[in-house]
Write a protein that binds this ligand. Sequence first.
Ligand SMILES: C[S@@+](CC[C@H](N)C(=O)[O-])C[C@H]1O[C@@H](n2cnc3c(N)ncnc32)[C@H](O)[C@@H]1O
Length: 236
Amino acid sequence: MHFIFAAYESGLLKALTTPCDRQTLIEKLGIKRPDLLDALLDVGLATKELAIKNERFFISRKRSKAIMNDKGDILAAMIHANITYYSDAYRHATYRMQGGELGDYLDQIGDLVAWFSRIGEPIIKDFIASIVAGKNPMRILDVGCGSGVFLQSAYNANQNATGIGLDIDEAVVQQAKDNIAAWRLKDRFDIFHGDIRHSPEKIVGPFDLINLFNILYYFHEKDRIEPKLCTNDMIF
Ligand SMILES: C[S@@+](CC[C@H](N)C(=O)[O-])C[C@H]1O[C@@H](n2cnc3c(N)ncnc32)[C@H](O)[C@@H]1O
């Protein structure tokens, strides 16, 4: 996993989607320390993620190949999350158990969390489709919208869907805006920066659906309200 992380982040895996010799890799990846590239390539060969033929390296194992195919984005996110913020709890466990600061590093990893959170999409998209399909109007407020993926799922299930994605993290807002633009949904959904706890000005209802997928744990237990209602149209 550590090898794949470094190989993905450095661009090595992307470069090796076509076989490449060492010198070409040095140039393509802007390498200033070829000795470290050699070490990484050695690990790739030792783990058999890479292979070499006629002095040209190529990707040989399923895991690295899977990351580079058109559905590999979420696998790359999973590896990034595991190597970085998921490991943080364990890396600093001793320090924290001995009274060290818990720290608040959410603002540095929001982007990655939003990227990785898309892992829920295959499960949640059918649920969203079952709620929004066939309804008109369908104006949605997606609180803690992350990557914006659930707005896209709603649109795929119902082309009448319009609405707003809201997120408290500016880097995440940018990611959602970029995605919504790339998915050609800019005329359907606005993405705003704001904290749902303080009634952001731009959030003007009414909405046919308000969702808060995967954000409960951002709210302290004492700030949560008891669920009172759960119908087909409303999720609390
Ligand atoms: C784990 S991510 C989930 C993203 C998306 N809903 C998904 O499931 O893919 C939670 C998101 O909620 C956002 N968030 C947390 N507290 C919020 C608040 N008070 N107001 C708006 N967004 C918030 C975070 O910045 C983060 O992007």
